[in-house]
Design a protein around this ligand. Structure first.
Ligand SMILES: [Zn+2]
Length: 303
């Protein structure tokens, strides 16, 4: 069997996705993913909702991923949109230290600006300080409106707080922002959305123009119109368009591992030496099965 390419999707909100997605992702070669803490569409009104959400990102969801042979990591943070509820934001900030040390937490994120309000700025800075104190990598969400100014501002604030640009992943880039991000020495991630924004044909052109250093592809798939297979699909389009396999590997696997592997929690041996799928396993007495026959696939390094 020809060696199948391995992929990492370093930005995908699996809580909002189905087991079919997990199956399809594993089949397409995704071996590991990172689930950033984000907004759930419905604004939360109680700190307990955040607490249960974070607990799920370090508990139930990694278990669910493991049932389909995928390694699950996450980033913990207060998203920019909900930073605007200041009374709640204060309580959420107090919670973060309880989660950032959990075994699958690889960064503080996704944090940054949405509407670029004073409250967003305040909580972005507080979390940058937390990252600095704990020597953690930061995953930055850049605004969809007023993107270029918001992206530049995000980087300036990171520098102002003394963060090393190589430990900051600036996400949701496009052709307008990529040069500024790379020139300042930050890592540039690109979210491939179907139909709109950054499509995968445009991503091919970005890699042709800027190369593969410090560039990362992700799906940001969530509860909206999005595609959890965006990374493998973009990779195959790159190969079809003559981009060398080494560049595809860097942008769709290695750079994400290098960027998010810095605290030692995410490492290649996690999936190379994985014990395989065992759906007879339970998490708090709960399984992903509803009376179906469990699938058991002991792997010995098929990759
Ligand atoms: Zn996101």
């Amino acid at each position: 069997m020809k060696d199948k390419m391995m992929f990492i999707d370093p930005h995908v909100h699996m809580t909002s996705r189905t087991t079919d997605d997990y199956e399809a992702m594993a089949k397409a070669g995704i071996v590991a993913l990172i689930e950033p803490s984000f907004w759930l569409g419905q604004p939360r009104t109680k700190v307990g909702s955040f607490q249960d959400y974070y607990s799920s990102l370090v508990g139930w969801e990694p278990f669910r991923a493991s049932q389909f042979g995928i390694q699950h990591y996450c980033t913990i943070g207060l998203n920019s949109k909900e930073a605007n509820n200041e009374a709640l934001a204060e309580q959420v900030i107090e919670l973060l230290p309880l989660y950032v040390h959990k075994e699958n937490v690889v960064a503080i994120g996704e944090i940054g600006y949405d509407d670029q309000t004073a409250a967003e700025d305040k909580y972005f800075r507080i979390q940058l300080e937390l990252a600095k104190e704990l020597d953690m990598v930061v995953q930055v969400h850049t605004p969809h409106r007023d993107k270029k100014a918001g992206t530049i501002r995000s980087m300036e604030v990171c520098l102002e707080h003394g963060l090393d640009p190589k430990r900051v992943i600036i996400d949701h880039n496009n052709e307008e922002t990529v040069e500024e991000v790379l020139n300042r020495g930050f890592i540039a991630a690109f979210t491939i959305y179907p139909n709109t924004k950054m499509g995968n044909e445009r991503m091919v052109e970005v890699v042709k123009k800027y190369g593969s250093t410090d560039i990362i592809v992700d799906s940001s798939a969530d509860w909206g119109v999005s595609d959890p297979l965006a990374v493998p699909k973009t990779a195959s389009l790159m190969l079809k368009n003559g981009i060398a396999e080494e560049h595809v590997k860097k942008t769709c696997y290695q750079n994400a591992l290098d960027a998010f592997g810095k605290n030692g929690k995410m490492k290649e041996s996690d999936w190379m030496n994985a014990k395989g799928i065992d759906q007879t396993e339970l998490y708090n007495n709960n399984s992903v099965l509803r009376g179906q026959n469990p699938k058991i696939e002991k792997t010995d390094k098929i990759h």
